[in-house]
Design a protein around this ligand. Structure first.
Ligand code: SF4
Length: 191
């Protein structure tokens, strides 16, 4: 259609029968690009930003529709993971808008590695939350030094991200997120 903006995302891969990334059976999208460098990352090929397969929102929605009977029967939905999904907020927002038109439960699985208090990021995040049912915040380590050792990055802004969601939770009066404390935590040395 003339003048239509086609939103494109950089996608690493898609799992159509996920069972560990939120409630029920999930259509899981692993986005391309991540700022962290976790020692035990199982998806290191998602790190590079701007690569991966370019897919439009409509391509993904068309594919998702064929799995909806299974997803809906299980109380599931769609989860966008990574990589780091919040590196592509405008794309995910458009995707989730279309999911909500279909009544699909929407989840983001994020490490919080790109969280920022910059006005543009906050504005985009607020828009995304209008269409998001659940946040999975995968905190790699609560201790700053150990977080740096484990991921190559300090966790100050990630803890800010957690506080941000606590605020949202109280504001909306219901639990919007789960904390995931990474299994990698147990693998780091006590020093
Ligand atoms: S946040 Fe996830 S994708 Fe990124 S380096 Fe860590 S484990 Fe890998």
């Amino acid at each position: 259609m003339k003048g239509e903006i086609i939103m494109i995302g950089n996608i690493h891969s898609i799992e159509t029968f996920g069972t560990v990334d939120g409630p029920g059976i999930r259509y899981v999208i692993f986005t391309q690009g991540c700022l962290l460098r976790c020692q035990f990352c199982h998806n290191a090929d998602t790190w590079e930003i701007g690569t991966g397969k370019q897919m439009s929102v409509s391509e993904i929605i068309d594919d998702l529709k064929s799995y909806l009977p299974f997803i809906e029967a299980s109380g599931g939905g769609i989860t966008v993971s990574g990589g780091e999904p919040l590196l592509q907020i405008p794309f995910i927002t458009e995707l989730f808008k279309e999911c909500k038109k279909l009544g699909v439960h929407t989840t983001i699985d994020s490490s919080g590695g790109c969280y920022s208090t910059a006005p543009l990021f906050q504005q985009q995040l607020a828009e995304l939350l209008n269409y998001t049912d659940l946040i999975l915040l995968d905190l790699k380590h609560i201790n700053r030094k150990k977080h740096i050792k484990l991921t190559g990055m300090a966790n100050d802004h990630i803890l800010d991200f957690a506080l941000f969601y606590l605020t949202i939770q109280f504001q909306f009066g219901f639990a919007m997120y789960w904390f995931l404390v990474s299994q990698m935590k147990s693998r780091i040395s006590p020093n």
